[in-house]
Design a protein around this ligand. Structure first.
Ligand code: PGA
Length: 255
Protein backbone atom coordinates (compact mmCIF):
# COMPACT_ATOMS: atom_id res chain seq x y z
CA UNK A 1 0.00 0.00 0.00
CA UNK A 2 1.09 3.57 -0.56
CA UNK A 3 0.89 5.67 2.56
CA UNK A 4 -1.73 8.35 3.11
CA UNK A 5 -4.01 7.41 0.22
CA UNK A 6 -7.09 9.62 0.02
CA UNK A 7 -7.88 13.14 -0.98
CA UNK A 8 -6.09 15.92 0.89
CA UNK A 9 -3.69 13.63 2.73
CA UNK A 10 -0.73 14.07 0.41
CA UNK A 11 0.44 15.08 -3.03
CA UNK A 12 1.21 12.01 -5.14
CA UNK A 13 4.00 12.02 -7.73
CA UNK A 14 4.05 8.74 -9.64
CA UNK A 15 6.51 7.92 -12.42
CA UNK A 16 5.53 5.43 -15.12
CA UNK A 17 8.55 4.16 -17.03
CA UNK A 18 6.40 2.10 -19.44
CA UNK A 19 8.57 -0.30 -21.54
CA UNK A 20 11.83 1.51 -20.78
CA UNK A 21 14.67 0.53 -18.49
CA UNK A 22 17.55 -1.89 -17.98
CA UNK A 23 19.53 -2.87 -14.89
CA UNK A 24 21.94 -0.02 -15.61
CA UNK A 25 19.05 2.33 -14.85
CA UNK A 26 19.39 1.56 -11.16
CA UNK A 27 21.67 4.61 -11.40
CA UNK A 28 18.63 6.73 -12.29
CA UNK A 29 16.78 5.35 -9.28
CA UNK A 30 19.81 6.20 -7.11
CA UNK A 31 19.71 9.79 -8.36
CA UNK A 32 15.99 9.97 -7.59
CA UNK A 33 16.57 8.49 -4.13
CA UNK A 34 19.23 11.12 -3.43
CA UNK A 35 16.54 13.82 -3.55
CA UNK A 36 14.47 13.63 -0.36
CA UNK A 37 10.86 14.67 -1.02
CA UNK A 38 8.84 16.85 1.32
CA UNK A 39 7.05 14.98 4.09
CA UNK A 40 3.62 15.61 2.55
CA UNK A 41 4.63 14.25 -0.86
CA UNK A 42 4.24 10.56 -1.69
CA UNK A 43 6.62 9.52 -4.48
CA UNK A 44 6.31 6.26 -6.40
CA UNK A 45 8.16 4.94 -9.42
CA UNK A 46 6.80 2.17 -11.65
CA UNK A 47 9.62 0.50 -13.62
CA UNK A 48 9.03 -2.39 -16.03
CA UNK A 49 8.39 -5.68 -14.25
CA UNK A 50 11.85 -7.23 -14.72
CA UNK A 51 13.34 -4.40 -12.64
CA UNK A 52 10.70 -4.39 -9.91
CA UNK A 53 12.44 -6.52 -7.27
CA UNK A 54 15.83 -4.83 -7.72
CA UNK A 55 14.26 -1.38 -7.64
CA UNK A 56 12.19 -2.19 -4.57
CA UNK A 57 15.24 -3.51 -2.71
CA UNK A 58 17.32 -0.46 -3.65
CA UNK A 59 14.52 1.95 -2.71
CA UNK A 60 14.21 0.28 0.67
CA UNK A 61 17.97 0.58 1.25
CA UNK A 62 17.70 4.20 0.14
CA UNK A 63 15.41 5.08 3.03
CA UNK A 64 12.00 3.94 1.86
CA UNK A 65 10.85 7.42 0.80
CA UNK A 66 10.24 6.31 -2.79
CA UNK A 67 7.70 3.53 -3.23
CA UNK A 68 8.01 1.13 -6.14
CA UNK A 69 5.01 0.11 -8.20
CA UNK A 70 4.05 -2.05 -11.16
CA UNK A 71 2.41 -1.03 -14.43
CA UNK A 72 -0.20 -3.78 -14.68
CA UNK A 73 -1.30 -6.95 -12.91
CA UNK A 74 -3.37 -9.99 -13.70
CA UNK A 75 -6.90 -10.19 -12.33
CA UNK A 76 -6.14 -13.84 -11.51
CA UNK A 77 -4.07 -15.36 -8.74
CA UNK A 78 -1.62 -18.23 -9.29
CA UNK A 79 -2.31 -20.67 -12.06
CA UNK A 80 -2.09 -21.45 -15.75
CA UNK A 81 -1.83 -17.89 -17.05
CA UNK A 82 1.29 -17.86 -19.19
CA UNK A 83 3.13 -14.57 -19.21
CA UNK A 84 1.04 -12.92 -16.52
CA UNK A 85 2.01 -11.64 -13.09
CA UNK A 86 -0.44 -11.70 -10.21
CA UNK A 87 -0.84 -8.75 -7.88
CA UNK A 88 0.37 -10.97 -5.06
CA UNK A 89 3.59 -11.72 -6.99
CA UNK A 90 4.15 -8.00 -7.49
CA UNK A 91 3.62 -7.38 -3.78
CA UNK A 92 6.06 -10.23 -3.06
CA UNK A 93 8.62 -8.50 -5.32
CA UNK A 94 8.28 -5.33 -3.27
CA UNK A 95 5.60 -3.32 -5.08
CA UNK A 96 3.39 -0.98 -3.06
CA UNK A 97 1.08 0.05 -5.89
CA UNK A 98 0.09 -0.91 -9.41
CA UNK A 99 -1.23 1.08 -12.36
CA UNK A 100 -4.34 -0.52 -13.86
CA UNK A 101 -6.33 0.45 -16.95
CA UNK A 102 -3.67 2.64 -18.56
CA UNK A 103 -4.97 3.74 -21.95
CA UNK A 104 -2.09 1.96 -23.68
CA UNK A 105 -3.35 -1.33 -22.19
CA UNK A 106 -6.99 -0.48 -22.88
CA UNK A 107 -6.14 0.28 -26.53
CA UNK A 108 -3.48 -2.36 -27.25
CA UNK A 109 -4.79 -5.22 -25.12
CA UNK A 110 -8.52 -4.58 -25.29
CA UNK A 111 -8.89 -4.09 -21.54
CA UNK A 112 -12.47 -3.17 -20.72
CA UNK A 113 -13.69 -1.34 -17.63
CA UNK A 114 -14.75 -4.72 -16.18
CA UNK A 115 -11.26 -6.14 -16.68
CA UNK A 116 -9.71 -3.06 -15.10
CA UNK A 117 -12.06 -3.34 -12.11
CA UNK A 118 -11.13 -7.01 -11.67
CA UNK A 119 -7.42 -6.09 -11.76
CA UNK A 120 -7.96 -3.32 -9.20
CA UNK A 121 -9.82 -5.79 -6.97
CA UNK A 122 -6.91 -8.24 -7.25
CA UNK A 123 -4.50 -5.45 -6.33
CA UNK A 124 -6.53 -4.58 -3.23
CA UNK A 125 -6.62 -8.24 -2.16
CA UNK A 126 -2.82 -8.34 -2.47
CA UNK A 127 -2.41 -5.21 -0.36
CA UNK A 128 -1.41 -2.99 -3.28
CA UNK A 129 -2.81 0.47 -3.99
CA UNK A 130 -4.36 0.39 -7.47
CA UNK A 131 -3.90 3.53 -9.56
CA UNK A 132 -6.97 3.36 -11.79
CA UNK A 133 -6.56 5.25 -15.08
CA UNK A 134 -9.39 6.91 -16.98
CA UNK A 135 -9.42 9.34 -19.87
CA UNK A 136 -11.10 10.26 -23.11
CA UNK A 137 -9.75 10.06 -26.66
CA UNK A 138 -9.40 13.10 -28.90
CA UNK A 139 -12.50 12.09 -30.86
CA UNK A 140 -14.52 11.80 -27.65
CA UNK A 141 -13.36 15.23 -26.46
CA UNK A 142 -14.07 16.80 -29.86
CA UNK A 143 -17.57 15.33 -29.70
CA UNK A 144 -18.14 16.98 -26.31
CA UNK A 145 -18.24 13.61 -24.54
CA UNK A 146 -15.15 13.84 -22.30
CA UNK A 147 -17.05 14.20 -19.02
CA UNK A 148 -19.50 11.40 -19.83
CA UNK A 149 -16.76 9.01 -20.95
CA UNK A 150 -14.65 9.64 -17.85
CA UNK A 151 -17.64 9.38 -15.51
CA UNK A 152 -18.60 6.03 -17.02
CA UNK A 153 -15.02 4.75 -16.74
CA UNK A 154 -14.66 5.95 -13.15
CA UNK A 155 -17.88 4.14 -12.18
CA UNK A 156 -17.14 0.88 -13.98
CA UNK A 157 -13.35 0.57 -13.60
CA UNK A 158 -13.37 0.69 -9.80
CA UNK A 159 -14.45 -2.44 -7.93
CA UNK A 160 -17.26 -2.25 -5.37
CA UNK A 161 -14.86 -2.85 -2.48
CA UNK A 162 -12.70 0.18 -3.39
CA UNK A 163 -13.08 3.39 -1.47
CA UNK A 164 -11.35 6.75 -1.53
CA UNK A 165 -8.83 5.62 1.05
CA UNK A 166 -7.73 2.51 -0.85
CA UNK A 167 -7.28 3.60 -4.47
CA UNK A 168 -5.96 6.48 -6.54
CA UNK A 169 -7.67 7.65 -9.71
CA UNK A 170 -5.61 9.04 -12.58
CA UNK A 171 -7.15 11.23 -15.27
CA UNK A 172 -5.07 10.82 -18.40
CA UNK A 173 -6.61 12.25 -21.57
CA UNK A 174 -5.41 9.85 -24.28
CA UNK A 175 -4.56 12.71 -26.63
CA UNK A 176 -2.24 14.28 -24.03
CA UNK A 177 -0.12 11.18 -23.38
CA UNK A 178 3.36 11.43 -24.85
CA UNK A 179 2.29 14.20 -27.24
CA UNK A 180 3.38 17.39 -25.48
CA UNK A 181 -0.26 18.52 -25.49
CA UNK A 182 -1.64 19.21 -22.02
CA UNK A 183 -5.26 19.71 -21.05
CA UNK A 184 -6.10 23.22 -19.86
CA UNK A 185 -6.27 23.67 -16.12
CA UNK A 186 -10.00 24.38 -16.39
CA UNK A 187 -10.57 21.11 -18.26
CA UNK A 188 -8.41 19.16 -15.80
CA UNK A 189 -10.35 20.60 -12.87
CA UNK A 190 -13.73 19.89 -14.45
CA UNK A 191 -12.85 16.28 -15.25
CA UNK A 192 -11.28 15.66 -11.84
CA UNK A 193 -14.53 16.77 -10.20
CA UNK A 194 -16.47 14.50 -12.56
CA UNK A 195 -14.24 11.48 -11.93
CA UNK A 196 -14.28 11.96 -8.16
CA UNK A 197 -18.05 12.33 -8.06
CA UNK A 198 -18.69 9.32 -10.32
CA UNK A 199 -16.37 7.16 -8.23
CA UNK A 200 -18.13 8.29 -5.03
CA UNK A 201 -21.59 7.22 -6.22
CA UNK A 202 -22.81 4.46 -3.93
CA UNK A 203 -19.66 4.50 -1.82
CA UNK A 204 -19.13 5.89 1.65
CA UNK A 205 -15.84 7.00 3.07
CA UNK A 206 -13.38 9.68 2.11
CA UNK A 207 -13.08 11.21 -1.36
CA UNK A 208 -10.62 9.68 -3.79
CA UNK A 209 -7.43 11.49 -4.74
CA UNK A 210 -7.24 12.17 -8.49
CA UNK A 211 -3.90 12.46 -10.30
CA UNK A 212 -3.45 14.14 -13.67
CA UNK A 213 -1.32 12.52 -16.36
CA UNK A 214 -0.42 13.50 -19.90
CA UNK A 215 2.78 15.35 -20.87
CA UNK A 216 3.52 16.49 -17.32
CA UNK A 217 6.97 18.11 -17.31
CA UNK A 218 9.00 20.24 -14.86
CA UNK A 219 7.73 23.33 -16.71
CA UNK A 220 4.02 22.66 -16.16
CA UNK A 221 3.87 20.40 -13.11
CA UNK A 222 3.85 23.13 -10.51
CA UNK A 223 0.89 24.96 -12.01
CA UNK A 224 -1.07 21.71 -12.37
CA UNK A 225 -0.22 20.55 -8.84
CA UNK A 226 -1.18 23.92 -7.37
CA UNK A 227 -4.82 23.35 -8.31
CA UNK A 228 -7.04 22.36 -5.43
CA UNK A 229 -8.66 19.76 -7.70
CA UNK A 230 -5.37 17.99 -8.46
CA UNK A 231 -4.00 15.58 -5.87
CA UNK A 232 -0.93 14.51 -7.80
CA UNK A 233 0.53 13.68 -11.18
CA UNK A 234 1.29 10.53 -13.17
CA UNK A 235 4.43 11.20 -15.17
CA UNK A 236 5.58 9.15 -18.16
CA UNK A 237 8.42 10.49 -20.30
CA UNK A 238 9.70 13.02 -17.77
CA UNK A 239 10.07 10.32 -15.10
CA UNK A 240 12.86 8.65 -17.10
CA UNK A 241 15.26 11.46 -16.29
CA UNK A 242 16.17 11.84 -12.63
CA UNK A 243 16.62 15.61 -12.98
CA UNK A 244 13.20 16.13 -14.54
CA UNK A 245 11.41 13.79 -12.15
CA UNK A 246 13.28 15.33 -9.21
CA UNK A 247 12.27 18.83 -10.32
CA UNK A 248 8.61 17.75 -10.43
CA UNK A 249 8.92 16.21 -6.96
CA UNK A 250 10.70 19.27 -5.59
CA UNK A 251 7.98 21.56 -6.92
CA UNK A 252 5.10 19.61 -5.42
CA UNK A 253 3.08 21.95 -3.22
CA UNK A 254 2.05 21.16 0.32
CA UNK A 255 -1.25 19.22 0.51
P1 PGA B 1 3.59 11.12 -20.58
O1 PGA B 1 2.84 9.77 -20.14
O2 PGA B 1 3.93 11.87 -19.32
O3 PGA B 1 4.81 10.66 -21.33
O4 PGA B 1 2.63 11.88 -21.43
C1 PGA B 1 1.94 9.75 -19.07
C2 PGA B 1 1.37 8.37 -18.89
O5 PGA B 1 1.02 7.72 -19.88
O6 PGA B 1 1.23 7.88 -17.74
Amino acid sequence: MLRSVGRGSASFIVGNWKMNGRRADLATLDAILAQAPRAETVVALCPPAQLLAAFAARAEEGGGHVAIGAQDCSAESDGAFTGELSADMLADAGAACVIVGHSERRARHGETDAVVAAKAAAALRAGLTPIICVGETKAERDAGRAADVVAAQARASAPAEADGASVLLAYEPVWAIGTGAVATLADIEEIHRVARAAFAEGRGGPQAAVLYGGSVKPGNAQEILASGEVDGVLVGGASLKADDFGAIVAGAPAA
